[in-house]
Design a protein around this ligand. Sequence first.
Ligand SMILES: Cc1ncc(COP(=O)(O)O)c(C=O)c1O
Length: 396
Amino acid sequence: MKKTAPPKHQDTRLTTSGRDPERNHGIVNPPVYHASTVTFPTVRALHDAREHRFDTVYYGRFGTPTTFAFEEAVADLEEGRRSVAVPSGMAAIAVSLMSVLHAGEHVLVSDNVYYPTLSFCQGFLRKFGVEATPFPPMAGADELRALMRPETKAVFCEAPGSITFEVQDIPMIADVAHAAGALVLMDNTWSAGYHFKPFRHGVDISIQAATKYIVGHSDAMLGAVTVTDADLHTRLKTTQVGMGYSAAPDDCYLGIRGLRSLAARLPRHEATGLKLADWLAGRPEVKTVLHPALESCPGHEIWKRDFTGASGLFGFVLRDGYSPDDRARMLDGMELFAMGYSWGGFESLIIESDPRTMRTTHDWPHEQPVLRIHAGMEDPDDLIADLDAGLRRLSA
Ligand SMILES: Cc1ncc(COP(=O)(O)O)c(C=O)c1O
């Protein structure tokens, strides 16, 4: 919708960004362009395209108009200037880190990140001479400052952590990182970019597993990295094409389609998640609920300050004494809540995850693991009935 001035509100932009009906026969949605070869009528045109290869249709690996439409819409959602589409959320994490770190440098990684992020830093990056140090997600400025080294060039955050839900103080982390010359990378998947605007809070590179809420239907893998800085965009694109991480045009199309209904889906996930979280908090079998909108969640005050709402992903911890068999009895019998990785789709999910197998900087303060819930689009009362039956099976 290039002709009109950019509309002001986020929900309007979600319906208009990345669309260009005038260039597509009036068709509302951008078509799916499949391409490897792109042909040029003259040597001059080919050279021009090569010179502007990160900004134009040049070769399939660099993106097609479908990729660019998706990137434009995500950049708009995140309030960034440019996005780079990649084939998964993990690819978005890897491309970001590889774009800003070099041999001999150091990265600080929050100890509540998606665990494969930490593994990537401590395994893969280490092979290339980059050292990674995890830090406690709720570390204060002094603790963080003490961990910064002259060679620290990046701080990787996730707020809230997608297993243990601590909400990090991103502006404080950004102040410390920037004062020491390091960039702030943030996995912004939980908020879908809808409820947290990373560049207002000091983030330099915002990462999304678009696989989750953006695609929204559990049927595609997709990632996006967004920046405001042109030089960072060039570095990201150089890594993306250099590694051959091209997002498939069909998946970009699903990402665009998901974005069109995000403003309707996310509030529903939020409302159902809050209803389930409140209900669980009142149950005798439950010790604590880790939902950023509840006071029981570490960083709740920061969530209130920096976020405009919640998504549908949260955790809870059972009271001491339940055995793995008790929990299996509960989980195996769930009717609506399915067990499986990922989240952000229309369906409700529940999965057990033990932070003790992932955390290195601080002790998990509970005897029991986290039971993580993704609140889907089902009727919340049916979901509560499913949880109720499950909690009763615990002690059966
Ligand atoms: C917070 C978070 N970031 C990144 C990823 C990775 O996304 P993908 O599965 O698309 O690689 C996940 C996957 O579960 C996630 O939960």
